[in-house]
Design a protein around this ligand. Structure first.
Ligand SMILES: Nc1ncnc2c1ncn2[C@@H]1O[C@H](COP(=O)(O)OP(=O)(O)OP(=O)(O)O)[C@@H](O)[C@H]1O
Ligand SMILES: [Mg+2]
Length: 294
């Protein structure tokens, strides 16, 4: 078949998804092997490049629409959910009279279910905001050590419940430019994961140091660890592995995807070191000098 035949075969017929590109490639390779006319070859390539660029543009557009829709839905669910949570909290606290034991149990269930849903909706909103490029960082130069101490104190409520000790080794380093709320979110998720996937009675280690032009935060646990193949998957949305939380905690698989995007926006890096059975270490680096203009 000549190139125009190949092109019309490709452009005019709808193949099923899997066979589409395979079929095209086979046709092209057959043609490529026999044909010497470089002009025709170059025309064909140009058409193909155009076709793929077009497909990529359509895909990006569809992805944007998806993010917008998810963002809208999540946004509109947030207020009613916050009302349910807030009102059930007032009822539990006895703000409008007292309840029987069973009524209080029901109210507690309503409170914790709406709280879980609100967290999920907020995470989904984060993903869609970040993906659509609308994440606004409020960068200020400040003490990363102070922020880490604060987050460790807050999360200690969870680790104490599981008999897990958090051991900190935090060096005095110069102030770092970062968005306080967003980096707090990253530390919360990494510490939260370390506690969630650690057996009772183990330790979680957090260290802060300076390595040349970057600040390095290392969070290490003594849990089941992560295999090399699984590592890149973890930074994609809704990815959870077979590993069970040791205290019945929830696994949505959004925390690391959000953390990676936040760290990328800070022009830092996040990497994992682990071998199965030997615990996991998450290493976050943030540049000490700001490139955002602070
Ligand atoms: N320290 C760790 N040790 C072992 N596995 C881990 C560790 N941290 C993450 N994982 C694996 O990576 C998955 C994704 O983590 P991620 O933080 O994105 O989501 P999650 O903790 O399941 O839910 P959430 O959205 O609430 O954070 C986890 O479900 C778990 O399978
Ligand atoms: Mg998590």
């Amino acid at each position: 078949m000549n190139p125009s035949g190949i092109v019309s075969e490709y452009f005019n017929k709808e193949y099923v998804k899997e066979s589409h590109s395979t079929r095209l490639l086979t046709l092209l390779m057959n043609y490529w092997a026999t044909e010497k006319d470089y002009e025709i070859k170059s025309q064909l390539l140009k058409k193909l490049i155009f076709k793929y660029a077009e497909a990529e543009r359509k895909l990006a557009e569809a992805n944007q629409m998806k993010n917008k829709l998810i963002g809208l839905v999540a946004h509109d669910l947030r207020s009613p959910l916050a009302s349910i949570r807030g009102l059930s909290e007032i009822l539990i606290d006895g703000g409008v009279g007292s309840f029987t034991g069973e009524q209080r149990d029901f109210l507690s269930t309503i409170y914790s279910a709406s709280n879980t849903m609100l967290t999920l909706v907020n995470d989904i909103l984060d993903v869609s905001t970040i993906e659509s490029g609308k994440l606004e960082l409020h960068i200020k130069k400040e003490s990363l050590k102070r922020l880490i101490k604060e987050r460790v104190n807050i999360i200690k409520v969870l680790s104490d419940q599981k008999g897990i000790a958090i051991r900190s080794r935090l060096a005095d380093i110069p102030d770092v430019p970062f968005d306080r709320n967003r980096i707090a979110q990253v530390i919360d998720n990494l510490l939260g994961n370390a506690i969630k996937f650690s057996p009772h009675g183990k330790s979680v280690y957090i260290a802060l140091s300076r390595n040349g032009s970057v600040a390095t935060v290392k969070i290490r646990d003594e849990g089941v660890g992560i295999s090399k193949e699984d590592m890149p998957r973890l930074f994609k949305e809704f990815q959870t592995l077979g590993v069970e939380p040791t205290g019945g905690e929830k696994c949505t698989g959004l925390g690391l995807a959000i953390a990676k995007k936040i760290i990328d926006e800070h022009r830092g890096a996040i990497e994992i070191k682990s071998s199965p059975g030997k615990g996991a270490t998450f290493i976050v680096t943030l540049p000490l000098e700001d490139s955002h203009g602070v």
